[in-house]
Design a protein around this ligand. Structure first.
Ligand code: ADP
Ligand code: ASP
Ligand code: MG
Length: 438
């Protein structure tokens, strides 16, 4: 059994839903995970924002616009009155849930509102497949996806709940479920963060020990640079899990960073495939090492980074200094991404500046502190084992016209990272592509 996940663009219109239905109904008894239709989660976030601010009219107008879009797509999707009616009922019920909060807004509404996108896309796909005679079973992700008190997914819970559910339907042609949504440790409706449907697919894959996890999207695999900022990027045929994790974490939007681990630990290959071009090879990610003659495989960029320089009179021989620095970040639950050290201090980067003000106040008790906001991490990924001579020099040459604030190399065998100002990001990405891939 495989897990096939389709992102928002792949189910973004009635026509795309029909294409995906055609694709999945030919693939056998698999579990299909769907995102919300493209744009829906953004609209639901907007509705929640209006409600939080008490702008009920703003919320109502956004709900009305979204509902109009769904009415149009529903009319185009079905030529069968009975299943149109069923799909309409399901979509209406989601809009009633959303509207109920415009009458009596309350604090926990947001997660329930956000969950309606995936509820609606799966209901529409379910009805469409049934209208075409496919014996599809719709599984409610809220019955088997749960996070613990630290908001970490509980894979054992998913395994124990999901397996008997699948066994209950021996005649099912295929199973369908919602990505992204889950329950939290309180039993409330919650989610796995934006882009989290990839993580749902990976968790389900691990829970059922799938043969492969397929992430179907709007591009033919992981490209060697960010196609939103660089022209003529190309898909990378193969990545090791470690390489994919670096790229996903450092900004390659095609993959949710957390989705790599469950697949890697359970040794399940992940394939990134293109719904618009289903025969393209895409990218395969697994635990195998495949030699790449170029050495460098791909480049990604992570935005909204803040650098913090922490200087003491003397650092290296004064043991305990780094401990105090890291302890301060740990106390305020702020992860550090990059680190650079010298005799007199240390520079670190963070992407979460929620507690930065307090952290800086604490650090100033024993060091001088400088904060540089608006930075970007550029991450170059590939076969960067230190025994390979010259690769880091090649990468450095590509960055020779860019002001570099920090460099990190040797933390793993797979990456070299640069911290630069956000204004230089596009120039740096293009220069790296030109020097390394052309
Ligand atoms: P989905 O809605 O299917 O989950 P996403 O929008 O989350 O799709 O991810 C696909 C998008 O990721 C692509 O359209 C592309 O613009 C962006 N992207 C960023 N970096 C890369 C990369 N290195 N390779 C491929 N796509 C990338
Ligand atoms: N619908 C959610 C989002 O837009 C989850 C996902 O698509 O992965 O973030
Ligand atoms: Mg995505």
């Amino acid at each position: 059994m495989n897990v096939l996940k389709f992102g928002g663009t792949s189910v973004g219109s009635a026509q795309r839903i029909k294409n995906v239905a055609d694709l999945i109904s030919k693939r056998g008894r698999n579990i299909v995970v769907l995102s919300a239709m493209a744009g829906t989660t953004n609209s639901l976030v907007e509705i929640s924002d209006y409600l939080r601010r008490g702008n009920i009219d703003g919320a109502k107008e956004t709900v009305n616009n979204l509902e109009k879009k769904y009415s149009r797509e529903l009319a185009e999707l079905f030529d069968d009155g009975k299943w149109l009616n069923e799909a309409q009922k399901a979509v209406n019920s989601s809009f009633s849930v959303i509207r109920s909060y415009t009458e009596t807004p309350f604090a926990t509404a947001e997660k329930t509102i956000l969950a309606q996108g995936e509820k609606m896309s799966t209901a529409m796909m379910f009805c469409y497949l049934r209208s075409k005679g496919v014996n599809v079973v719709l599984l409610d992700a809220l019955e088997f996806m749960r996070t613990d008190i630290n908001a970490e997914p509980e894979i054992t819970y998913t395994r124990n709940r999901l397996r008997p559910m699948l066994q209950r339907f021996p005649d099912a042609d295929l199973f369908l479920t919602q990505g992204y949504i889950c329950r939290n440790y309180n039993g409330g409706v919650d989610n796995l963060q934006r882009g989290g449907s990839d993580l749902t697919a990976s968790l389900i894959g691990a829970a059922i020990q799938a043969e492969v996890i397929e992430i179907w999207t709007d591009i033919d695999g992981m490209h060697n640079n960010d196609p939103r900022f660089v022209e003529n990027t190309r898909p990378v045929e193969h990545l090791h899990f470690e390489e994919a994790a670096e790229l996903a974490y450092f900004g390659a939007k095609i993959l949710h960073p957390a989705c790599v681990l469950p697949a890697k630990l359970n040794n399940i290959p992940v394939r990134l495939l293109n719904t618009m071009e289903p025969h393209a090879k895409g990218t395969t990610i697994d635990n195998n090492y495949v030699h790449n003659p170029r050495g460098i495989k791909a480049i990604a960029a992570k935005d909204n980074i803040t650098a913090v320089k922490i200087k003491s009179g003397r650092m290296l021989l004064a043991y305990g200094f780094l401990h105090k620095v890291f302890e301060t970040f740990e106390t305020y639950k702020t992860p550090i991404d990059m680190i650079a050290t010298s005799e007199v201090g240390v520079s670190v980067t963070v992407d979460n500046d929620r507690n930065l003000h307090t952290i800086v106040d604490e650090l100033k008790k024993f060091a001088t502190v400088t904060v540089d906001p608006d930075m970007v991490i550029i991450c170059v990924v590939g076969d960067l084992d230190w025994h390979n001579c010259g690769l880091e020099t090649k990468v450095m040459q590509a960055m020779s016209d860019i002001q570099v604030r920090m460099i990190s190399y040797g933390g793993s065998d797979y990456n070299i990272s640069f911290l630069i100002h956000k204004d230089d990001k596009i120039k740096a990405l293009n220069s790296l592509s030109k020097h390394l891939f052309s």
